[in-house]
Design a protein around this ligand. Structure first.
Ligand code: SF4
Length: 376
């Protein structure tokens, strides 16, 4: 089987290269060729010895996901549909702004978390993406944006807010993060890479220990009763446990002897931001009442945080509608009066279905089908 070098962070690539009898520094050269120059054939890697390139080609390749479609919205937002095999696909969205370019990536094909307001959640989970499939999204975006061969890349920020729950795929998300942060690859700052979770408490601790980056939590409700309904994982990790995990995340992580040298390097750094971003989709008549805003202030009292209020993007049969602009303003003002920073996310890319909660891709759902088959 051909190894996919997009799956490899520097540590693993160094192991592979030395197994092939080459000097470790060749791994850094390879990372640069693949991620900074967007190379996918060894012939173009001219500063590597021909014999080594031939040996490498015998066991490995650079195998990005197949590009199915590329669309550009009138506001400059771009979307790529990438194949995930077996009739499945994931979407990647690039949002250009004055000061930055943000890429929204997926970590799974579909999602098992079943948040009721999310179109991905309605599709169920098919499978985890590999590290190479996660990095392939950034690789394609840089190539399509003409940002290879240059140091000033179009993608300055990455957010794991597409399909999937990244903290349920940490074995692939963590090596992908290593490559995003590595100066020999994308060289992104840890403050500019955000992982978003619905609240998988033990894995928040693992991310903090192994590769702390900026953290966003999909909150969407200010009390357990409502959150149990909107974000079902709350029944397993209720708000009290979630808030405690948020506080722990912001504490400096400590190195453990069992960690690999690469992991220890990131651990020493601690959390890159001194706040958690709480995401809150406003659903008309469900979670947008002033009393919900006041409850939200109380429940997050001990967590340094910012709020990102997201106008709901309706999809067929969702059963929800978007909150009225007045309700959104009132909600934001109550948070503001309590001294909290709250911004309302602008909706981008509406005309190509690239807005939040619309990154549906194509998923052949397996979880419920498998469960149904085993109970038959
Ligand atoms: S909001 Fe996020 S965690 Fe919840 S179902 Fe959608 S993709 Fe999954």
């Amino acid at each position: 089987m051909t190894l996919n070098l997009l799956d490899y962070d520097l540590e693993r690539l160094t192991g592979l290269i030395t197994d092939l009898g080459e000097k470790p520094f060749r791994a850094r050269q390879l990372l640069k060729w693949i991620h900074q120059y967007g190379a996918d054939d060894f012939a173009s890697m001219t500063d590597l010895a021909k014999a080594f390139r031939e040996r490498l080609a015998g066991v490995a390749g650079v195998l990005p996901p197949e590009l199915l479609r590329h669309s550009v919205a009138s506001d400059g937002t771009q979307k790529w549909l990438l194949s995930a095999g077996g009739g499945n696909a994931v979407e990647v969205v690039f949002i250009p702004e004055q000061e930055r370019g943000t890429l929204c990536v997926s970590s799974q094909v579909g999602c098992a978390m079943a948040c009721t307001f999310c179109s991905t959640g309605r599709q169920g989970l098919n499978r985890n993406l590999t590290a190479g499939e996660i990095l392939g999204q950034l690789w394609w975006a840089n190539k399509a944006l003409g940002a290879v061969h240059k140091r000033d890349r179009a993608v300055s920020n990455v957010v794991f807010m597409g399909m999937g729950e990244p903290l349920l795929n940490l074995d692939n998300v963590i090596p992908a993060l290593h490559v995003m942060l590595d100066d020999h690859a994308y060289g992104l700052s840890r403050r500019r890479v955000t992982v978003s979770t619905s609240g998988i408490v033990p894995n928040m601790d693992r991310l903090r220990e192994e590769c702390p980056v900026a953290l966003a939590v999909s909150l969407h409700a200010p009390n357990d009763g409502l959150r149990d309904e909107l974000v079902p994982v709350n029944r397993k990790y209720p708000l009290r446990e979630l808030m405690a995990a948020c506080r722990r995340y912001l504490e400096a992580a400590e190195s453990t002897d069992s960690a690999s040298p690469a992991a220890r390097k990131w651990q020493r750094a601690g959390a890159p931001r001194d706040f958690i971003t709480f995401e809150y989709v406003l659903l008309d008549g469900v979670n947008d009442h002033p009393r919900h805003a006041r409850e939200l202030v109380a429940v997050t009292e001990d967590v340094p945080c910012k709020f990102n209020l997201i106008p709901f993007n309706p999809f067929p049969h969702s059963g929800y509608t978007r909150s009225a602009p007045d309700a959104v303003r009132r909600f934001r003002d109550i948070l503001g009066q309590a001294g909290r920073i709250a911004t309302v996310r602008r909706t981008r890319g509406d005309d190509i279905d690239a807005a939040c909660g619309q990154l549906a891709g194509r998923v052949r759902e397996r979880t419920r089908r498998l469960a149904a088959e085993t109970t038959r």
